[in-house]
Design a protein around this ligand. Structure first.
Ligand SMILES: Nc1ncnc2c1ncn2[C@@H]1O[C@H](COP(=O)(O)OP(=O)(O)O)[C@@H](O)[C@H]1O
Ligand SMILES: [Mg+2]
Length: 255
């Protein structure tokens, strides 16, 4: 079943003082099936963050539609948007976005607190998740007391505790050393195998090689896509590298 449909998204930024127009997204269309793990790649300035912000309902497109299970998130009112985000989406960011004055556990509970869940219910949900993500022993600590890898695993727990339909990740390995990156990628693969749909923006060929499909964005539009199928991570890595080379050297769509 189709979970996410993105139709003809266009985003033009108008700078306030000069009145200049920047076309960040020209015409982006794609869809994501339930249970897919999709990576989005593209050079700096190609519109990845703009796209992710629109999918996260943090920004509105100039035109186009974003349907999550058929519901147009562009049309949701400001009043309903926070609840919609909490009920449907999980976020993992490059810089973790944990609150330093909250313990790891309270950070993870935050989306549930905001939706008014009882403590018992929150604890019940956290236990297996914390074990799965190997953070059971750091729940009482504060973010500044734990490693980058542990912080990101806590951020993943925070994203998953609401059972979101879709996890959106923006460069989730960007601030991690290579061991913690590998670890995070394994976790993403595992939660995907357990059924979680993931959409991840990344610069990292290695990270993208774990996904089931890679979309390449160029000049504000989807330029190409690769399916992993039965390829190994290594073979997928090579295919992604080749595609990035074609994009960087200005190759055409049909090469
Ligand atoms: N708030 C903004 N105001 C004006 N221009 C912007 C804004 N955000 C992004 N842009 C421009 O839109 C284009 C795409 O940016 P972005 O989505 O951040 O790309 P990426 O994440 O792929 O690096 C770039 O040319 C960028 O300078
Ligand atoms: Mg960006």
């Amino acid at each position: 079943m189709t979970l996410l449909e993105v139709k003809n998204l266009k985003k033009v930024y108008t700078t306030r003082f000069s009145g200049n127009h920047v076309q960040a997204l020209t015409d982006v269309s794609f869809s994501v099936e339930e249970g897919e793990y999709v990576a989005i790649m593209g050079e700096s300035g190609s519109g990845k963050t703009t796209l992710l912000n629109i999918l996260a309902a943090l920004d509105k497109p100039t035109s186009g539609e974003v349907l999550l299970q058929g519901k147009d998130i562009v049309a949701i009112s400001e009043k309903e948007i926070s609840a919609f985000r909490r009920q449907n989406l999980g976020f993992v960011f490059q810089d973790f976005n944990l609150l330093d004055t909250f313990s790891v556990q309270d950070n993870i509970f935050l989306p549930l607190v905001l939706s008014g869940k009882a403590y018992r219910e929150m604890s019940k949900r956290l236990k297996p998740l914390a074990e799965n993500l190997r953070i059971s022993d750091i729940l009482a600590k504060f973010p500044y007391e734990v490693s980058g890898g542990q912080k990101q695993r806590a951020a993943v727990a925070r994203a998953l505790i609401t059972n979101p339909k879709l996890v959106l990740a923006d460069e989730p390995t960007g601030a991690l050393d290579s061991r913690a990156s590998d670890d995070l990628l394994e976790i993403f693969s595992k939660i995907n195998q357990e059924g979680q749909t993931i959409l991840m923006v990344t610069h990292s060929t290695k990270a993208a090689s774990h996904a089931g499909r890679v979309l390449f964005i160029k000049d504000g539009a989807v330029f190409h896509q690769l399916y992993k199928g039965s390829l190994s991570n290594e073979a997928m890595y090579q295919k992604i590298s080749d595609t990035l080379n074609i994009i960087a050297t200005g190759g055409g769509r049909n090469e």
